[in-house]
Design a protein around this ligand. Structure first.
Ligand SMILES: NC(=O)NCCC[C@H](N)C(=O)O
Length: 306
């Protein structure tokens, strides 16, 4: 592999290269006490935790769609018995920089599997935040002149295994990108109730092409922060999802371009709305992976867009 240059300015410009997570050698079903999100926990308790072979098929379907649009798809190196589905969170790209996440300690080792890609970047473009900065890619959304960041800054931050991006991360991103407007959003957190938990910003909000966006109001703790997004996109451009739709991860679709969105095949109301606004919707099955509280955006780490 030759050296290559990163470029990500937003969520929707034509995608050229991406890392797509893998479910191979995902490890055994975790113990209840080892789950780090409420939806996985719920499925472990119910005996319905997803099977590796089913999740492999879902990621294969995703890879096929990406390849159909001539996207270069990198996969993580397979580590034995390590969950490597959610590539989004382990690092993220803004402009030409790769920022390594300071992820939940339970997920730290996942980074090794993409080091072979990161090693091909210009070392000056690789940013390693200091220890006190907690940040995961699911909470960070470059949106042209903005960087939207999901966070939780309550005194009880440490009690939430579902709170992954702290206030130090906001300051860190402001300093790293002084020309961007870093806007933070306090998210609702619950360790045990997935319907009351916005694990990351991309679990309750996502900008789409053509000036549209998806949002779930209850994911936001502060009304004005939610309202900021409604005002920015315009009420008529926003698809508001219900609690149940957030739980099914409807905000976690993935844009290949301004017009093309990869979505889950059961998201009937959303997919109909998208098509009625002229989007091409590539439907794939992803309901098994969804049981781990992540979906299509969470499984990708975009490296290059136009
Ligand atoms: N961006 C995302 O929302 N990623 C999903 C991560 C799910 C995983 N079970 C976790 O709790 O970290």
């Amino acid at each position: 592999m030759d050296k290559f240059y990163l470029n990500i300015k937003n969520e929707t410009s034509r995608l050229k290269a991406v890392v797509l997570g893998t479910a191979k050698s995902n490890g055994p079903t975790p113990k209840v006490e080892d789950c780090y999100d409420p939806k996985s926990r719920e499925h472990v308790i119910a005996g319905t935790y997803p099977k590796e072979e089913d999740m492999i098929l879902e990621l294969d379907a995703f890879e096929n769609v990406l390849k159909k649009y001539d996207v270069i798809v990198f996969r993580p190196e397979i580590m034995e018995d390590v969950n490597q589905i959610f590539a989004r969170d382990i690092g993220f790209v803004i402009e030409n920089r790769f920022i390594k996440s300071n992820i939940l300690p339970d997920r730290e080792e996942e980074f090794q599997s993409i080091e072979y890609i990161v090693n091909h970047l210009d070392p000056n473009d690789i940013i390693i935040p200091p220890e006190e900065v907690h940040v995961e890619g699911g909470d960070v959304m470059p949106w042209n002149e903005y960087i939207f960041v999901g966070t939780y800054t309550g005194e009880d931050y440490k009690q939430f295994i579902t709170a992954r991006t702290n206030k130090e991360a906001i300051e860190f991103l402001k300093n790293l990108f002084p020309d961007k407007k870093v806007v933070k959003f306090e998210l609702r957190k619950s360790n045990i109730n997935a319907k009351e938990n916005a694990l990351h910003l991309d679990c309750c909000f996502q900008p789409l092409g053509k000036g549209k966006a998806i949002i779930h109001k209850n994911g936001f703790l502060i009304e004005e922060e939610y309202q900021f997004l409604i005002d920015l996109f315009g009420k008529e451009n926003v698809f508001e999802i219900t609690k149940e739709e957030m739980y099914q991860m409807n905000s976690n679709v993935f844009s290949i371009s301004e017009e093309v969105v990869v979505s889950e095949q059961n998201f009937t109301r959303l997919n109909t709305w998208l098509r009625s606004h002229g989007f091409v919707v590539e439907e794939i099955p992803f309901a098994e992976i969804s049981k781990q509280e992540g979906l299509l955006r969470c499984s990708t780490l975009p490296l290059i867009r136009d």
